[in-house]
Design a protein around this ligand. Sequence first.
Ligand code: NAD
Length: 480
Amino acid sequence: MPDQFIGGRWTAAADGQRREIRCPADGTLVATVDEGGPKDAAAAVGAARSAYDDGPWPGTPAAERGALLLRVADLLVRDTEALARAESLDTGKRLVESVYDMGDIANCFRYFGNLAASGGTDRVVDTGQPGIESVVRHEPVGVCALITPWNYPLLQTAWKVAPALAAGNTFVLKPSELTPHTAIHLMRLLAEAGLPDGAANLTLGTGPLVGAPLTEDPRVDLVSFTGGLITGRRIMAAAAPTVKKIALELGGKNPNIVFSDAEFDTAVDHALTAVFLHSGQVCSAGARLLVQNDLHDRFVDELVARARRIPLGGPFDEHARTGPLISAAHRAKIAAYVETGLAEGAVLRCGGGPPQDPALRDGFYYLPTVLDECTPDMSVIHDESFGPVLTVERFRDEDEAVRLANDTVYGLAGAVWTEDAEKAHRVAARMRAGTVWINDFHPYVPQAEWGGMKQSGVGRELGPAGLAEYQEAKHVWRNT
Ligand code: NAD
């Protein structure tokens, strides 16, 4: 069966080829998928455009749209096992993490389903003028191109698909060419839930062949992209000639600030999860540890001792605590990044290469790595590695912690560890990041906005602002 979904039909690629998807944990062949090119991108945009201009979805009452999303949430729960397995095989991620993600994905659909069902986004304006009715309505933006990365394939997709549909848009989804399977499954669930033909379209293929044409097509009204900073800049430029709306969720180089009065044991544990979860392939990874001078030695010694004990393994290894990197190319990039750090004067405390375990030989594993004694003049402090590498910097006091934390072009997330709540809030207020955790790392909820300041992005996902990205405000004025 073909793998692209266009205008409600499973469609063979017009100008494409087949791609082998192999599990990064051991190189086994997962499946071969049908990949398209520019003609497929154009056909998918055409289908989404007709479904928007002539189809029922944009005019479907918000409450009905919300009800459909709630049905999708139930179907996601029903298919959790199959979806989690597919996600783990594509990404190499531990199955337990994928199962956890599926719960979050269903919750995301529930959140936006309920938000749509509650309606009430129209606002009556009191103009103060007699005989005037003034209402601000919120309408869909139109046709959306949704482009997603490989690290959290279905989660990132859900953050876009759920609000786009809740607001009444139609869309073309292009997942990462490395991890297409859960996107294919989602299309089946949207159809099963009763979404009209053409409202949801799926094209598969590479960024240059399928993603770029979507961002240039004048029939697309909005591009929502999650991925790397360089690609984000390209997309911004591609969207400029037709002034498309854009939403960008880009990278991060997220500081994790530990003051000497932090609760030691919990802070060490979270510093490890912050950076080594999913082998550091997390946009909000706490890849930059800032430790107060007088705590530095004890903290880093303990962290390194625990990092050395983290068991690596594939998706179905119950003892594993972290897995492989996505590809050989990505592992080579991490190795080069570590080499650069060492050449710049960082001190290697653990890791620094692939594991020796012969059982892991066929996967793209890289050991949890700690680079100590880093300073702001080093490029490893500023470049996102997107791998299992922690850089450690020292700081004297609150001011220096804030200065170092903000010394980055990124502004996605960060954390502060201290038992002094006032200090924690003072520091959080001064951090230029879209999310700040105090005495925690990584949690998020669909009710709260997610996104980046500075070059970590444009716009927000999740929360009411995540829905607003997919809406246009229209002011209707009536002189009675
Ligand atoms: P990437 O930028 O290489 O690719 C992301 C997607 O864009 C893929 O689907 C790719 O095919 C497509 N693409 C590539 N070139 C394109 C082009 N010219 N036009 C249109 N589409 C194009 O990123 P990646 O390697 O898949 O993902 C890793 C990056 O994603 C990291 O930098 C990470 O920080 C970021 N990320 C950010 C968030 C967030 O919420 N801010 C979440 C997850 C990942």
